[in-house]
Each structure stands twice: as structure tokens, then as C-alpha cells.
Design a protein. Structure first.
Length: 218
């Protein structure tokens, strides 16, 4: 079983380095969005790197969870695990959808999508502030602007099968919400893929083992 990992908004495969997984893990690198490209079309292009001839699962973190959800509707992963993320638009904070409705994001210069580091540390709840800062320093701000706009305007209401969410009870950006099957990390915050990696690794390994067992039975 292969696990394809999709990182958060502007982040990269460094956020997966602290995980200890029992399966082959392949991080997917972001690609540059085309002009006015929708999240659905972007997800379809990104999914081309996935080898569908072998069994695979998806792990999406934060904005990467939205992409993983879209890909799961195109391909057929054995299971899709969303960390610090949402499965449908109704699981996102109302303020995100409000920003989408007023169409303000496209008018904001890309340079303003680089948050002050103290504010970012608070919002992400990051204990490993150095890694968070390094990731933010390397973020493509044009990509960040596109991603935030797509998040705010996300339309998905489809409840896909074989989805598991892992959410932190103290996540300020995407708190636990909705009826999707969910594992809660007590006091976990948005950066818990790094800060609570041992607990999250255990949940991921157990879920993929379950999915593998179910697949063999069928």
C-alpha cells in the first residue's frame, strides 16, 4: 500500500518528516495553478502523479485535505485521511465562506498573504516555531493567494466514502465540525501534524491497516 501525502497551504513535505508510518510514503509536490484554475481542475492535474495500478491511500493536511477530497472523487483510494482539514465546505469556518462570497481575496495583493510570524505561531498553535517560520519563508505567495481563494469558495458538499478526519480540539483555523468519521487529538492545534506526530502516526497506521484488511476481504 502506498500513501500519497498532500501538504498544507504553502507548505511542503517537511511537515511529514516527523511521522512514523508503516507503509511506503510519497509526498506530492505542489504544481503552479493555471490562471483562474478551479480547485477541481487543479486536483485533476495534481492527481496524475499517482500510480493507480497499485493500491494507494491519501493523506491531506489543511488545504491539502481539500485537494485530497477532490482527488478521492476522481480516483479510488482505499482510504483518505484528512488532518487538520475539512471534508465538505460546511465543515469550514463561516468566516472563510463569507470572504468567498464578497470576492475580496482576489483584490488583495499577494504580498499581504505573508502573515507576521507571531500571529502565524498563534493561529497554527505551533510548538516547532522554527519549522513553521521556515515553511512560511519559502511559501509562494501567489500560490497562497490562489489557495486561500479556492478554500473560501470551495463548493464541495459530497460526503465521500472511506474518509477519516483527524482534528485537534483546539484548532483555531479548522476546528472539529461535521458528521464525517473523526478522530480527535485532545488539545491538538493546526500544526499538530508536526507537534503531535506520534499520535497522528498511530491513527494513520491503524486506519490504513483497517482499509487494507477490508480490501483483502472483498
Amino acid at each position: 500500500m502506498k500513501i500519497y501525502g498532500i501538504s498544507g497551504l504553502g507548505a511542503d513535505k517537511r511537515i511529514f518528516d516527523s511521522l512514523t508510518l508503516n507503509f511506503e510514503f510519497i509526498p506530492i509536490d505542489w504544481i503552479t495553478p493555471n490562471k483562474n484554475e478551479s480547485i477541481k481542475d487543479y486536483s485533476k492535474r495534481l492527481s496524475r502523479v499517482i500510480d493507480t495500478k497499485t493500491d494507494f491511500c491519501l493523506v491531506g493536511v489543511s488545504f491539502g485535505g481539500l485537494i485530497a477530497t477532490e482527488i478521492s472523487q476522481i480516483l479510488a483510494p482505499k482510504t483518505t485521511i484528512l488532518v487538520s482539514s475539512a471534508h465538505t465546505k460546511n465543515e469550514l469556518r463561516t468566516i472563510f465562506r463569507w470572504f468567498g462570497k464578497i470576492k475580496l481575496i482576489k483584490l488583495i495583493p499577494s504580498s499581504l498573504f505573508d502573515p507576521p510570524r507571531l500571529i502565524a505561531k498563534y493561529l497554527f498553535g505551533a510548538k516547532n516555531a522554527k519549522l513553521l517560520n521556515d515553511i512560511l519563508d519559502d511559501t509562494d505567495l501567489k500560490f497562497a493567494k490562489w489557495a486561500i481563494n479556492e478554500l473560501a469558495n470551495w463548493k464541495n458538499i459530497t460526503q465521500s466514502k472511506n474518509i477519516l478526519k483527524i482534528n485537534g480540539t483546539k484548532d483555531k483555523l479548522i476546528p472539529p465540525k461535521g458528521n464525517t468519521k473523526m478522530e480527535l487529538i485532545e488539545n491538538g492545534e493546526h500544526f499538530m501534524i508536526v507537534d503531535r506526530a506520534n499520535e497522528i502516526s498511530k491513527i494513520i497506521n491503524n486506519e490504513i491497516k483497517r482499509a487494507t484488511t477490508m480490501y483483502k476481504k472483498t
